[in-house]
Structure formats: structure tokens, C-alpha cells
Design a protein around this ligand. Structure first.
Ligand code: NAD
Length: 358
């Protein structure tokens, strides 16, 4: 299969701004149909590709068009339900994050994909962003040594209310935003996830989420995230067994700190640092990972191999999300129990530290 026939689902902002422009640059991909539950939205595809049929539901599209894969950017409930429909008909699926709302749902999707023998993919574009790829290359080099610790700061200012009909702002935030950062902790941590500790603080409708994750490789990761911050910022630091530290700022600048840094002009000297940035001519879609994720997904469809960001790859990320939500509920229950025991002054919510094994 060299030419892949693709149907698009959900012609909203993410599809029009990021996925579709990447797909239009991709070799051997033919977009043959588009659907959206809002027919006017579906027809907006004609701004990009004229003369393709539009439908108002995935089942109608699967009946009308012969598809190898669908690419979907909808709410998670739709990702889950329509992935099931497509996979049962032997069609591979790429969905934007999040693929579903809970770990149980993800486990069902993983099992169905296995039974149906289809490829799956999730839009974890941070992982495919040019600077993160560069970082992955650096950290697997012999000179870098073993990654010992990953520090992740993912600052956000939304959502402050639940999304997608869910009943939890915390789960909505973790699925909508922190999923990318938690997935990077899993990617760089390597090995199996062995422990999760977390704490959630609330201030009005805003959250601060702190997490400590341990992996079987011996690496640990710490996360500071939440919606209390003034705007979106992303920072990541890794420290290795060779005492090298690399920093990534806002998916853009990489700075390398080594115990001794040698340049031709200075020779070996302490406290010099190296810097890396994407080239000024890198396309925005390659730099942000949208092109790379879709390119590799379709390559996996052609070669019938596993795509790195498939449904299964997200299981540890969802285990962490479940553990953070569970620890937060347990904190709630502890506070209720404390209140029942007649304590006069209750600690602020989230003041207790929840420890649990994932
Ligand atoms: P949006 O509301 O602009 O678009 C969603 C579209 O899906 C709408 O046009 C809606 O009519 C359509 N839709 C809803 N139910 C449907 C159904 N049953 N069948 C067909 N179409 C249906 O939302 P958006 O901002 O484009 O976000 C879409 C997804 O993309 C979300 O899951 C979001 O988390 C994800 N996203 C990811 C990133 C990223 O960094 N990777 C960034 C932004 C958004």
C-alpha cells in the first residue's frame, strides 16, 4: 500500500490549523472524504480540497468511501466511539489527544486494535517536535550517559471548568494539557512506571498539580503543572550520570551544561554551555511535531509496524493520570472524614500528600 486513502473527521480548529496543512504536504496521501456532525463545518474542507464528498457522521463516511485510515480531531468521547466503529471495519485510526477519558477505556481500545490488526495513533505532537527529537538523540548518546532525573514545568491558565462533559476539572486539565508533558516524562524516563506520588492544590477554580514518577530504569521525574499560571510555558531539564544537564525551553531552545565544555576557541573550560535551536527555515509544522507524527503514523500503516505514539504507548501516561485523580479523590475523602470526626479547623484542600503505587 503506497497510496493511503484517508477520511477526515471533525473539521474544527485543530484540523484546519495544524493537521490538514501537514497532511496536504505529505507524499502518497489522498484525502478522499471528510465528515463533521455540523454539515457547514464539514463543507469547510472545500476551502482546502475541492470536490471531495462530505458527510455528517463517521458511519456514513465508512459506508460511502473505501478508506485505509481516518484522522480525527473531535472531543474524546467521539474519538473513542468512532475509533471503535472504524477499527471494527479494518480502518486504521489516528486521533488527536486525548483518545478517551479513562484508563479502562484506553485498555479496551488497545485490546480492540490488537484484535482488528489495525494501526492506531494519537496526536502527541510534543514528542515529535524537532527540539524534542534533538533532545532524544542527545540523551541516547554514550557521552550523555544514563538519564537520572527529568524535571518538567508545564504552566497553563486553563481549563478552569470541566471540558467535554466530564465532571472533573482536574481530569480535564490532565487530558487536555498535561498529557503531553506526562508522556514526555514516560518517554525520557524509560522502562516501566513503578511509582506515582502526587498532590493537587486548589485556589478558587485554579489548580497546581505536583507529581513524582519513578521508572524501572532508575530514572525519576518531577512535574509542576496546573492552571494557576499566567500563561502557557513549558520547560524541561534532564540530568545524567555524566553530570551533564540539558534544558529545553518552550519547545525551542536547548542548552547543554557539561562539567567541562570544549570549543575550538576556548579549549576545555568550565561554565561554558552549548546551545541549539531549530533552523530558521524549518517549517512550523515540522518544528511543532504535527508533520512528523502523521508522517510516521502513515509509515507504520504502510509497513504494518507499530507507530511510536499508538494507543498502547499511552497506557503509562493514563496510569499516571488515574493515579493523580485517585490521590486527589482520596484527599477529598480524608478531609471529609476529618470533618466528620469534628475537627474545627480543616486544612486547605490538597494539603495532604497522597502516596500510592501505580
Ligand atoms: P473544535 O470544536 O474546533 O472541533 C471539533 C470538531 O469536531 C467540530 O467541528 C465538531 O462539530 C466536530 N464533531 C463533534 N462531534 C462529532 C462527531 N460525532 N462526528 C463528527 N464530527 C464531530 O475543537 P478543536 O479545538 O479542533 O479540538 C479538537 C481536538 O483536538 C480535541 O480533542 C483537542 O484536545 C485536540 N487538540 C490537540 C492539540 C495538540 O496540541 N495536539 C491542540 C488543540 C486541540
Amino acid at each position: 500500500m503506497s497510496l493511503i486513502k484517508v477520511g477526515l473527521v471533525g473539521i474544527g480548529a485543530q484540523m484546519q490549523e495544524n493537521l490538514l496543512p501537514s497532511l496536504l504536504q505529505m507524499p502518497d496521501i489522498r484525502i478522499v472524504a471528510a465528515c463533521d456532525s455540523d454539515p457547514a463545518r464539514a463543507k469547510q474542507i472545500h476551502r482546502f480540497i475541492s470536490d471531495i464528498p462530505t458527510m455528517d457522521s463517521v458511519p456514513a463516511m465508512l459506508d460511502a468511501a473505501c478508506l485505509d485510515a481516518i484522522v480525527m480531531a473531535c472531543p474524546p468521547q467521539v474519538h473513542r466511539e468512532m475509533s471503535i466503529r472504524a477499527m471494527q471495519r479494518g480502518v486504521s485510526v489516528f486521533v488527536e489527544k486525548p483518545p478517551c477519558a479513562t484508563l479502562d477505556e484506553l485498555q479496551e481500545l488497545v485490546e480492540l486494535a490488537r484484535q482488528c490488526g489495525v494501526r492506531t495513533g494519537v496526536g502527541m505532537n510534543f514528542k515529535f517536535a524537532r527540539p524534542v527529537r534533538q533532545l532524544r538523540e542527545m540523551t541516547t548518546s554514550e557521552e550523555f550517559g544514563r538519564t537520572l532525573h527529568i524535571q518538567l514545568n508545564h504552566y497553563a491558565n486553563k481549563p478552569r471548568t470541566p471540558l467535554w462533559g466530564l465532571d472533573s476539572t482536574l481530569r480535564s486539565f490532565l487530558l487536555a494539557q498535561a498529557i503531553h508533558t506526562i508522556d514526555l516524562a514516560v518517554t525520557f524516563g524509560q522502562g516501566d512506571l513503578v511509582d506515582v506520588q502526587s498532590r493537587v492544590q486548589r485556589h478558587g477554580d485554579a489548580l497546581i498539580v505536583k507529581g513524582e514518577f519513578t521508572f524501572s530504569s532508575g530514572a525519576t521525574a518531577s512535574l509542576l503543572s496546573g492552571t494557576t499560571f499566567p500563561y502557557f510555558e513549558f520547560q524541561m531539564k534532564l540530568v545524567s550520570s555524566s553530570s551533564t544537564m540539558v534544558e529545553l525551553d518552550n519547545l525551542w531552545n536547548i542548552t547543554v551544561h557539561e562539567p567541562e565544555h570544549g570549543t575550538r576557541a576556548t579549549g576545555a573550560a568550565k561554565r561554558w554551555r552549548g546551545a541549539w535551536q531549530p533552523g530558521p527555515l524549518d517549517s512550523g509544522y515540522e518544528r511543532s511535531g504535527y508533520f512528523g507524527e502523521l508522517y510516521e503514523f502513515f509509515d507504520a500503516c504502510r509497513t504494518r509496524t507499530r507507530f511510536e505514539a499508538d494507543f498502547e504507548s499511552l497506557l503509562p501516561t493514563y496510569r499516571i493520570i488515574e493515579a493523580i485523580c485517585r490521590a486527589d479523590c482520596a484527599t477529598d475523602a480524608d478531609l471529609d472524614a476529618t470533618a466528620i470526626r469534628g475537627m474545627h479547623a480543616l486544612p486547605s484542600k490538597g494539603a495532604g500528600l497522597e502516596r500510592l503505587s501505580a
